[in-house]
Design a protein around this ligand. Structure first.
Ligand code: DON
Length: 588
């Protein structure tokens, strides 16, 4: 009974002066950002985010989070921490973060009030051509585009990350690479997540001699949980990059070994392809959603355009009033998703090579017309939804994302990838570098689905030097005052766009805290294949209504691994997706 009485209001108010003194002390110690107490989470919240007043890091692997946080604590900015995290993930999350991949970084610089994107997506080797993945009978050969030496695009990671550091960072390259080098050299314990990924990848990865030596015993068993995984060749490659910058990867022995290895297997990448690789700075795709401004990734990602299309299609309705798990909401959003992905199948490609009608695809009138045949009473069959014609309106599962913010209000949303788990499942001997199989993101044959079931059009046909279309959607949302509100993104192939969308809708429309928004069950529709994919966790009543509306509902595996940071008042709140066990968010 006594303990119950302690909770009575009178007891609390008698204690308040002590709390006030403690709070004032904490406010003085933690500086201006922490001058306000953290928001009190309502009793209805089921999940708690991580809170911190100054800066925060959310990545898919704990060593990377810790290394990046240390940089922030030493006074480095969000870009310094991002580059540190990315190189660390290349060691500790080898299935997704390898040096031999490519990606996208969206950066917000608070002082300059500027948000922009760095595109370091892989490019097709100069000798690539549109029919390179076809069999003699003209059909697409997925083994060629996914698991042969032809599947490998010219990697962009090293160039892109160093571009970010040299232009927007404050720390020395050697400092940024130090944690990655130490972890590759001295090793780190194999986690359950890493072990599981090695078991799944074994049938192909074990056949690659260099990868076998690193990840497996002679008898084919993966390194066991808790065993120290050392990657000495990778440590040497990282050391070269620390000393010589991008030249340490794109020229000299690492480049020569890469080209020799690929050429020996029928590949077409040349030393010139590597030496000529350049990252590109691009304007973000930006637009308003309710009172907020959303900045996301432009082509060669389809992510930003379709995220904004979707938000614009949803905006006229009150998603909040529909309710989180209601069939009405899921049906409405799924129908919008179908229309956006139908547009993707035709209109998107690398804007350095083809015209993408970006402003037309995002035009309010066009999007209203796209939703004009939406019926709340039934699903529109995919066959009745064609890609729109924005130019003639009258005729009308491996990648990893991390989010970082610093004490100055800067933010980085970064998604990078080697496409499949362990990419092409090839390691360049003597370098420790795993290679991507991102060439499969081109349309091997326009109209034929890629590994994610995505149909690509002529605009995404293979061409030397071109960047293949992506769904990666690193996103930063600003509030009305232009300050960072939300930093988010996810892996998940075609599901990246809709996963990112749901983090925005869950926080902005449903008012969830970032942990709830992350943990909430997800759904996805991509027009073709024609089914509504849902995670475990929706009510059977809801699913029953959706089926009666005409959706083929399939309950399938979890989708995405978001790493997100949301500002609440003057506090950063963050959450790592529990769908990936090693993920970690930490702040200071
Ligand atoms: O760029 C893309 O869209 C794909 N290569 C991403 C692959 C992916 O997310 C796989 N991860 N789970």
């Amino acid at each position: 009974m006594d303990s119950v009485r302690l909770l009575e209001p009178v007891t609390l108010s008698r204690r308040r002066p002590y709390f006030l003194v403690l709070w004032l002390l904490a406010a003085v110690v933690s500086g201006p950002v922490g001058a306000e107490p953290p928001p009190i989470i309502s009793g209805a919240a089921r999940f708690y985010p991580v809170y911190a007043p100054n800066g925060m890091v959310a990545t898919q692997e704990r060593h990377a989070t810790e290394a990046a946080l240390e940089v922030l604590e030493e006074g480095g900015n969000a870009v310094d921490a991002a580059v540190t995290a990315a190189f660390t993930l290349a060691v500790t999350l080898p299935r997704a973060g390898a040096l031999g991949g490519g990606g996208f970084m969206v950066v917000h610089l608070a002082e300059e009030e500027r948000t922009f994107a760095i595109d370091y997506r892989e490019t097709a080797p100069a000798a690539a051509h549109r029919d390179m993945f076809l069999r003699e009978d003209g059909t697409a050969d997925p083994t060629k585009s996914r698991f042969s030496a032809l599947a490998v695009g010219v990697p962009g990671n090293v160039a892109g990350l160093l571009h970010a550091l040299e232009n927007y960072g404050t720390i020395d390259r050697r400092r940024a690479l130090a944690p990655a080098i130490a972890l590759a050299e001295e090793g780190f314990p194999v986690s359950k997540d890493l072990f599981d990924s090695l078991v799944i990848a074994a049938p192909r990865l074990f056949r690659d001699p260099a990868a076998r030596e690193v990840f497996y015993t002679r008898f084919g068993a993966p390194r066991v949980i808790g065993e120290t995984l050392r990657q000495p060749d990778l440590a040497n490659t990282l050391r070269r990059i620390a000393e010589d910058g991008a030249a340490g990867y794109y020229t000299g022995p690492v480049a020569e070994k890469t080209v020799d290895f690929l050429r020996g297997r029928g590949g077409i990448m040349t030393l010139e392809d590597l030496a000529e690789y350049r990252p590109v700075e691009r304007s973000t795709v930006s637009g308003h959603y309710r009172e907020f401004t959303v900045h996301s990734m432009p082509p060669p990602s389809s992510g930003g355009i379709h995220l904004l299309q979707l938000l614009k299609m949803l905006e006229p309705e009150s998603i909040a009033d529909m309710g989180f798990g209601s069939a009405r909401k899921i049906h409405f959003m799924a129908e919008a998703m179908k229309r956006a992905y139908a547009d993707r199948s035709v209109h998107l490609g690398d804007t350095d090579f083809v015209d993408v009608p970006m402003s037309e695809l995002l035009d309010g009138g066009y999007l209203a017309r796209r939703m004009a045949d939406f019926s709340p009473h039934g699903a529109t069959p995919a066959a009745d939804i064609s890609p729109g014609d924005p130019l003639h309106p009258a005729e009308g599962d491996n990648t990893t994302h991390f989010s970082i913010v610093d004490a100055h209000g800067n933010a980085v949303a970064n998604t990078y990838s080697i496409n499949f788990s362990y990419g092409a499942q090839m390691m360049v001997p003597g370098t420790g570098v795993l290679l991507n199989n991102t060439m499969d993101d081109f349309s091997a044959k326009p109209g034929t689905p890629n590994a994610y079931g995505l149909i690509g059009g002529e605009k995404n046909a293979v061409e030397g030097g071109k960047r293949m279309l992506s769904s990666m959607t690193p996103t930063i949302v600003l509030d009305e005052g232009g300050d960072v509100l939300l930093v988010t993104g996810s892996p998940g192939g075609s599901r990246i766009i809709t996963t990112t969308l749901q983090i925005i809708v869950n926080t902005i429309d449903h008012g969830m805290n970032i942990a709830e928004a992350t943990n909430a069950p997800r759904f996805h529709h991509q027009w073709l294949p024609e089914y509504l994919r849902v995670e475990n966790g929706f009510s059977p009543d809801t699913l029953g209504i959706l089926r009666r509306l005409g959706h083929e509902v399939r309950e399938m595996d979890a989708m995405g691994s978001t790493q997100s940071i949301l500002r609440e008042g003057s506090w950063w709140t963050g959450a790592s997706d529990p769908r990936r066990p090693d993920a970690r968010t930490l702040g200071h």
